[in-house]
Design a protein around this ligand. Structure first.
Ligand code: ATP
Ligand code: KDG
Length: 328
């Protein structure tokens, strides 16, 4: 039985080791794995919950590297399909001393983009508590979108809670209007929607968190919206309560912002799996987002239960009292 299921495109990430060099000039790289949904799977497993990851990889060294690595992490690979004809997506990522790193993606026509709806029919959803979906996978190909739509229909039919991170990747879409319409439609079939504040501006046309939340709460089945506001934390509103900000955690130095949103999502998901309140789930999302920005990889800041406890201890809060303790 699996608590969390997710579907996405894994990327082999070659992260530059030399600070502030362009990707053209960098010569030394560290090989790791990324991909938004896989990041969530990794962090969720690290906190002790069971996960199945649905994807397709090439039958070549990068595909084998992904499969071997996630298998060693004890993430379920029952639905990691193999494609002998296409290779696995990969990415070069810059190391910067400030701001977002430059990335170069090599993912067009990847094995994952050739996943088709037929792969969804075999998936056993019994016992699954939460499914995590994002706006990246449906952007990589028409068949990926159809595959996601079929999975969503099966999840909705079985009343399995869906968390949806809008995760905009404009370069993967034909144009902004198609991106906006498709993502907002997918969001309407999700229970918890997790846009970033800048994404809200593109998707809803405002950067007022309350207005962004109201937009999603007024369409489809969405009952909770959390708008992520970078270092400031997050704004949460449900269909039953007034919205509120839950402040973020101060960090000594931001090393790499990639994977913070996924860290937030997995913090929220794991807390909900442990029957914590929505507000505690947002607090844990903030904590794991803050831990992730202090590390160079896409998912190496995600904590074990022990590391999460130590993080709270260091800032002098616990999950039980932390929501109302705004001095961080
Ligand atoms: N500089 C920071 N300091 C502390 N916490 C941070 C910082 N940046 C991000 N976080 C935490 O991580 C969460 C997610 O970050 P962000 O708001 O950038 O999400 P996002 O827009 O989804 O990001 P991503 O680019 O990873 O998709 C924030 O809500 C916050 O809790
Ligand atoms: O999946 C992608 O598009 C990536 O850029 C890989 C990163 O690990 C991911 O986006 C972080 O959210």
């Amino acid at each position: 039985m699996t608590e969390l299921i997710t579907i996405g495109e894994p990327l082999v990430v070659f992260a530059a080791k030399q600070e502030n060099l362009s990707l053209t000039d960098a010569t030394e790289f560290h090989k790791g794995i990324g991909g938004a949904e896989l990041n969530v799977a990794i962090g969720t497993r690290r906190l002790g919950h069971s996960v199945q990851y649905i994807t397709q990889v090439g039958q070549e060294p990068l595909g084998m590297y992904i499969t071997k690595t996630i298998d060693q992490m004890d993430i379920g690979t029952d639905y990691v399909f193999k494609d002998p004809n296409h290779s696995t997506g990969h990415q070069l990522k810059q190391l910067v001393s400030y701001g977002d790193p430059e990335v170069a993606n090599y993912r067009k026509g990847s094995a994952a983009s050739h996943l088709t709806p037929s792969s969804i029919k075999s998936i056993d959803l019994s016992g699954v508590k939460i499914a995590h979906l994002t706006g990246i996978f449906p952007a990589i190909s028409e068949t990926a979108l159809e595959t996601l739509q079929l999975l969503m229909k099966r999840l909705n039919d079985q009343h399995i809670l869906i968390t949806f991170d809008t995760n905009l990747r404009p370069a993967l879409w034909k144009n902004t209007q198609i991106m906006r319409n498709t993502i907002n439609k997918l969001a309407s079939h999700s229970d918890i929607v997790l846009p970033g504040i800048h994404e809200g501006k593109v998707l809803v046309g405002t950067d007022d968190p309350e207005k962004i939340a109201n937009f999603y709460l007024n369409q489809g089945q969405t009952k909770t919206v959390v708008v992520k506001v970078g270092s400031k934390g997050a704004y949460v509103k449900t269909s039953e309560d007034q919205g509120r900000f839950i402040p973020g955690f101060k960090v000594a130095k931001v090393i790499d912002t990639v994977g913070a949103g996924d860290g937030f999502a997995l913090g929220l998901i794991t807390a909900l799996l442990e029957n914590k309140s929505t507000e505690v789930a947002v607090l844990r999302g903030n904590a794991i987002g803050a831990m992730q920005v202090q590390t160079p990889g896409d998912n190496d800041g995600y904590p074990s239960s022990e590391e999460l406890k130590n993080f709270y201890k260091k800032v002098g809060i616990s999950e039980e009292n932390g929501v109302n303790n705004v001095v961080r």
